[in-house]
Design a protein around this ligand. Structure first.
Ligand SMILES: Nc1ncnc2c1ncn2[C@@H]1O[C@H](COP(=O)(O)OP(=O)(O)OP(=O)(O)O)[C@@H](O)[C@H]1O
Ligand SMILES: [Mg+2]
Length: 155
């Protein structure tokens, strides 16, 4: 099932991501898709803040990933520069995910190796600063928590 939310600013996208983040637990992977500049890193920043990351959260464009210290560590990967990954490269990436909550930009490059995400996020440009954010998840337990979080976000 999928939920669609329109955000009007980066701050709203961060707040939506924060609401999602509070429903996640260790081991969860969130795939974040969308064209260049759609707001994927902005979304991850909002989620990371809510999970207790205090330092800057920036696009890991020149490294594949960051791992941030937090009560539950937060991993942030950007697979943009990878055309695809082979098992050897995957072995290098796996430690990012250990005992963490992980966010992956450009997840398609990890197809076949990246474990199934618990939640998939798609971000589309609308007019100006508006973004259509689609959250998909087929886990009924998480879905209920997510629906409650979205209701709080909309209040
Ligand atoms: N509603 C919105 N949600 C998210 N970002 C927004 C929104 N409106 C404007 N922006 C701006 O759009 C830009 C999104 O940049 P961001 O780095 O988050 O995108 P990205 O999808 O990670 O890009 P890349 O593909 O380069 O990794 C930021 O400058 C942000 O301030
Ligand atoms: Mg980015």
């Amino acid at each position: 099932m999928a939920v669609e939310v329109v955000t009007a600013s980066p701050e709203e996208t961060e707040a939506l991501a924060a609401a999602l983040a509070r429903t996640l637990s260790v081991g969860d992977i969130v795939a974040v898709s969308g064209e260049l500049g759609a707001g994927k890193t902005t979304f991850v920043r909002g989620a990371a803040r809510a999970l207790g990351v205090t330092g800057p959260v920036s696009s890991p464009t020149f490294t594949i990933g960051h791992r941030y210290d937090a009560p539950v560590p937060v991993a942030h990967l950007d697979l943009y520069r990878l055309a695809g990954i082979d098992p050897e490269e995957w072995a290098d990436l796996e430690p990012y995910f250990d005992d963490a909550i992980a966010f992956v930009e450009w997840p398609d490059a990890g197809a076949g190796l990246l474990p199934d995400p618990r939640v998939t996020v798609d971000i589309d440009h609308l007019q100006g600063d508006a973004r259509l954010i689609t959250l998909s998840c087929d886990d009924s337990g998480l879905l209920n928590a997510l629906a409650a979080a979205l209701a709080r976000y909309r209040d």
